[in-house]
Design a protein around this ligand. Structure first.
Ligand code: ATP
Length: 357
């Protein structure tokens, strides 16, 4: 078993900055695990503390069945890939890849064999004699991965490894990395601020804010049922509609619409200010009146290729975004209704998701 387990982990920097705040986290053996959050939420610090590049202020880090909290990086059995790849510019690709084995004092023949094997599996066999400056961004990224793999670590730690690639290469690298991780089955912690990247690649996502985890779940869970308004507004390429609401006579009133409640209404919600959430993808557009729908006038239509992101402005001035298929694209000025799909809307009280459990 080589999962990663963090208990009550805190990291303070000099000057009173608490970057990681009493965090508990269990990364299952073999998982592809994303640490996701906005800039400054502590993701990189958390990763560096697991790697041993930062020392925990308090709490423990376990890798597999070992407590590594006080061990130096070289004795933790982790392979790390940095955002800028940190390749040695004066060394060839082969020497870069073999470097961790040199540190482990492996013999020359063993180093070369391992470098060649890893290079072949990453499509780098023809580039072994080049130096980093003679490689594309995507190739440099693969060399950095190969170097991390060469020492056969128990855990991979990747800090925004795709952020230096252009948009097209990044998509290719995503698929490549996900496939590779599944083939190797090595527990991988992956830092990103890009929610689409985390959703596309990870088996599990921890969404972080201010040194803490606000939700841990599968991509489907954090996308469909964000546990709080922070996660709801952070996840999704088109932001979730979050509309002030209240419960009246068993129905949710939001932006002039009377909608079925997503949760069993027990009565004590009456008079409380709530937030109704529904993703633009989970609203259906209708050009004719429908009950239980937001009603307004189309003010903006953004082309998304096979669909459009259509914005309705309700009588009260609330903007509601709807993803509309290409065959039914409305035009600015049209009247329209946006109907929430059953089971796809959410209600938040005090910023937290309401549930029936
Ligand atoms: P980004 O996505 O911008 O890299 P992040 O989520 O990885 O952000 P961290 O780099 O871990 O966040 O930073 C967390 C907090 O700790 C921030 O407030 C940051 O300013 C602070 N911080 C990071 N490194 C140091 C340091 N060496 N000394 C003091 N404060 C630091």
């Amino acid at each position: 078993m080589t999962g990663v387990e963090l208990s009550a982990l805190t990291k303070d920097y000099p000057g009173g900055v608490r970057a990681v705040d009493g965090l508990d986290l269990a990364v299952p053996d073999g998982a592809f695990f994303a640490l996701l959050g906005p800039s400054g939420c502590g993701k990189t610090t958390l990763l560096r503390t697991v790697a041993g590049l930062e020392t925990a202020t308090s709490g423990t880090v376990r890798i597999g069945d070992r407590d590594v909290t006080r061990l130096p990086p070289g004795r933790r059995d982790v392979g790390m890939v940095f955002q800028d790849y940190a390749l040695f510019p004066h060394m060839t690709v082969a020497d870069n890849i073999a470097y961790p084995l040199r540190i482990k004092k492996a013999g020359k023949a063993e180093r070369h064999a391992a470098a060649a094997r890893v290079a072949a599996s990453l499509g780098l066999a023809d580039l072994l004699g080049r130096r980093p400056a003679e490689l594309s961004g995507g190739q440099q990224q693969r060399v950095a991965l190969a170097r991390a793999m060469a020492a056969r670590p128990k855990v991979f730690l990747l800090d925004e490894p795709l952020s230096n690639l252009d948009a097209r290469l990044r998509l290719e690298a995503r698929t490549f990395l996900k496939k590779l991780q599944h083939e190797l089955g090595v527990t991988t912690l992956f830092v990103t601020h890009d929610q689409a990247e985390a959703l596309a690649m990870a088996d599990l996502i921890a969404v972080m804010e201010a040194g803490r985890i606000r939700q841990l779940g599968t991509p489907a869970e954090v996308f469909r049922r964000p546990a709080n308004l922070f996660v709801a507004s952070f996840i999704g390429s088109t932001p979730m509609n979050l509309v002030d609401a209240r419960v009246v006579d068993g129905l949710v009133e939001a932006a002039g619409a009377r909608l079925p409640s997503p949760v069993r209404v027990v009565g004590d919600e009456a008079g409380e200010s709530l937030v109704y959430g529904v993703r633009p993808e989970y609203l259906d557009f209708s050009p004719v009146p429908v009950d239980g729908a937001f009603h307004g006038r189309v003010v903006v239509v953004e082309n998304l290729g096979t669909s459009s992101l259509t914005t309705l402005e309700t009588g009260g001035g609330v903007l509601v975004h709807v993803v509309v298929p290409e065959d039914a694209e409305p035009r600015p000025g049209d009247e329209g209704w946006a109907v929430p799909r059953p089971g796809r809307s959410l209600l938040y009280r005090g910023g937290e998701l309401m549930t029936d459990d």
